[in-house]
Design a binder for this molecule. Structure first.
Ligand SMILES: Cc1cc2nc3c(=O)[nH]c(=O)nc-3n(C[C@H](O)[C@H](O)[C@H](O)COP(=O)(O)OP(=O)(O)OC[C@H]3O[C@@H](n4cnc5c(N)ncnc54)[C@H](O)[C@@H]3O)c2cc1C
Ligand SMILES: NC(=O)c1ccc[n+]([C@@H]2O[C@H](COP(=O)([O-])OP(=O)(O)OC[C@H]3O[C@@H](n4cnc5c(N)ncnc54)[C@H](O)[C@@H]3O)[C@@H](O)[C@H]2O)c1
Length: 471
């Protein structure tokens, strides 16, 4: 067993662990990074990257069959599902060098390829190494939660860890769970020519603004996705006609099954008790992302049990690095974190929802909106479904939801504003190129000021008075 001493030991080389490792090593720390699976973690191998690549194939197929009123004839796309999977493979291969062992070794990081567990509160071991570190960062991410549904263990089912390797096109894909994964995969598969049924126990896209989510759901239903809400899957069986998912309201039979009912944090291999690190949904951390029970240990990304997104893992790294490098305190906030579901239309959000804003700020909240069909670029490109909705308190945006084309890009302006405490004036003062979808944001900001300027009797009186005396 080789014994290694280092400043920082990071467990997990996904979005969070890699970001901490890159930052710490490039600032001169002696860093050991331990990865038991693939470099790049979920995002690169089983999550964001393959899902967005598949969504892109699906969008191409859909566009060929639905060109809209542009003077271009629709054609029946010939979908080669296996070739779409090859596209995913190529995308992963292209991005992989950024997360590779070689690149990190180039930064001076010692990379160990094994699963790690704690030996004591400052020592981590693999089968061949014992690493003692001043600071330890748990970045072990999460895995698909497999619910205790009767019969599930008797059928072949997919999760995000296997669906991207499937090469035979599902005739009828059943999906349990209408969250981000379920809905993104449902639309992608429908557009690639599969029948799709989503079985959701509560409300699909239930973490998002209901009005905006309704628009996405309506579009997906129009495209032929069968969406069953309020029906918990409680039994799964296998028969000659395929896999059947039973719910209190009825049963649904298909050829393939994807389970997407949430995540469970990867802690079981870690022997956390040996390090005195407490955990529940994730590692128990304070606002500094430091273990509440072992001050040497930090957790980032999905392991921290907060919002589970790649950009959050990166943000967490930025919170932890100043602490482990310089001993400077730094806190993780949550109110400025955006997210986007990459359905068509996209559904993006940052800050408080309208409901949360009204609950927190009562009648101090003004809600302003602007519709895509009032934007010239949206009209020209036929992307007129959607709206932006912004909750404003004392001239400052506190939350924004966008549903529509490029919502994930458009939300950045509100993310910038909320993260930096900017006022609506900062958005309305900004000059944007015409014609762009971004103008939707500016017009929403304008909608905040319009009632103050237009139709305001005081303003009218002042203007009339000034006009009398102006030369
Ligand atoms: C289908 C899907 C689509 C997604 N799409 C998006 C998206 O579009 N945008 C977005 O922001 N987020 C998306 N996410 C979420 C995103 O993938 C995660 O939030 C992100 O990967 C979390 O990064 P992480 O570093 O915390 O964990 P991970 O990326 O999961 O990395 C953890 C790593 O730790 C390793 N590990 C675990 N235990 C040990 C151990 N004991 N020893 C050594 N190594 C260990 C694992 O092998 C893994 O490589 C998606 C997730 C899924 C499943
Ligand atoms: N675009 C993105 O950023 C993106 C995409 C995919 C995943 N992710 C991340 O991954 C996480 C996990 O995604 P997810 O979709 O697995 O989880 P989720 O928590 O978003 O949704 C799971 C859904 O499954 C439902 N459910 C649970 N048990 C059920 C049952 N027995 N029968 C029917 N429905 C049931 C829940 O009501 C819930 O709506 C997301 O929360 C997000 O953090 C992000």
């Amino acid at each position: 067993m080789e014994k290694i001493k280092c400043d920082v030991c990071i467990i997990g080389a996904g979005s969070g662990g890699l970001s901490v490792a890159a930052g710490a090593a490039q600032m001169g720390a002696n860093v050991v990074l331990i990865e038991g699976g693939k470099m790049g973690g979920d995002c690169l191998n089983y999550g964001c990257v393959p899902s967005k690549a598949l969504i892109a194939s699906a969008a191409k197929a859909y566009g060929m069959g639905h060109p809209g009123a542009f003077g271009v004839a629709a054609v029946q796309p010939q979908v080669d599902y296996a070739a779409a999977k090859d596209h995913i493979g190529r995308v992963i291969e292209t991005i992989a060098p950024v997360d590779s062992q070689e690149r990190f070794e180039g930064f001076g990081v010692r990379v160990l390829r094994a699963f790690a567990r704690f030996k004591d509160e400052k020592t981590v071991v693999t089968d061949e190494h014992e690493v003692t570190a001043r600071r330890i960062v748990i970045a072990t991410g999460s895995a698909p939660l497999v619910p205790p549904i009767e019969g599930l263990d008797q059928v072949t089912y997919h999760t995000n860890e296997t669906i991207f390797d499937l090469r035979e096109k599902p005739r009828h894909l059943l999906i349990i769970g209408g969250g981000n994964i379920g809905m993104e995969m449902a639309q992608a598969h429908r557009r690639l020519g599969c029948e799709v049924t989503v079985i959701e126990g509560g409300t699909a896209l239930g973490k998002d603004d209901p009005e905006a989510a309704a628009l996405v759901k309506a579009r997906m239903q129009e495209e032929g996705v069968v969406l069953v809400e309020g029906q918990q899957a409680n039994r799964v069986t296998n028969g000659p006609e395929g896999i059947t998912v039973e719910t209190p309201g009825g049963s649904h039979t298909g050829s393939h099954l994807l389970v997407a009912v949430g995540r469970r944090v990867n802690v079981d291999k870690l022997d956390l008790d040996r390090a005195g690190v407490a955990h529940d949904r994730g590692i128990k951390v304070d606002d500094r992302l430091r273990s509440t029970t072992n001050k040497r240990v930090f957790a980032v990304g999905d392991a921290a049990g907060r919002l589970q997104f790649t950009h959050v893992a990166g943000y967490h790294a930025g919170v932890v690095i100043p602490q482990i490098m310089f001993g400077l305190p730094s806190k993780a906030k949550q109110n400025h974190i955006p997210w986007c579901t990459y359905t068509d239309p996209e559904l993006a959000h940052v800050g408080l929802t309208e409901e949360q804003a009204k609950k927190k700020h009562g009648d101090k909240v003004t809600v302003v909106r602007f519709r895509y069909d009032e934007n010239d670029r949206a009209v020209a490109t036929g992307k007129t479904d959607g709206f932006v909705k912004v909750s404003v308190v004392k001239g400052k945006p506190v939350g924004a939801t966008i549903v529509g084309a490029e919502a994930g890009e458009l939300i950045s302006m509100w993310s910038l504003a909320i993260a930096n405490g900017l006022k609506m004036r900062a958005i309305s003062n900004t000059v944007l190129p015409y014609p762009t979808l971004s103008e939707i944001n500016k017009r929403a900001a304008g909608a905040y000021f319009s009632p103050l300027l237009f139709g305001n009797d005081n303003v009218k009186r002042v203007v009339r008075l000034i006009q009398k005396y102006l030369p």
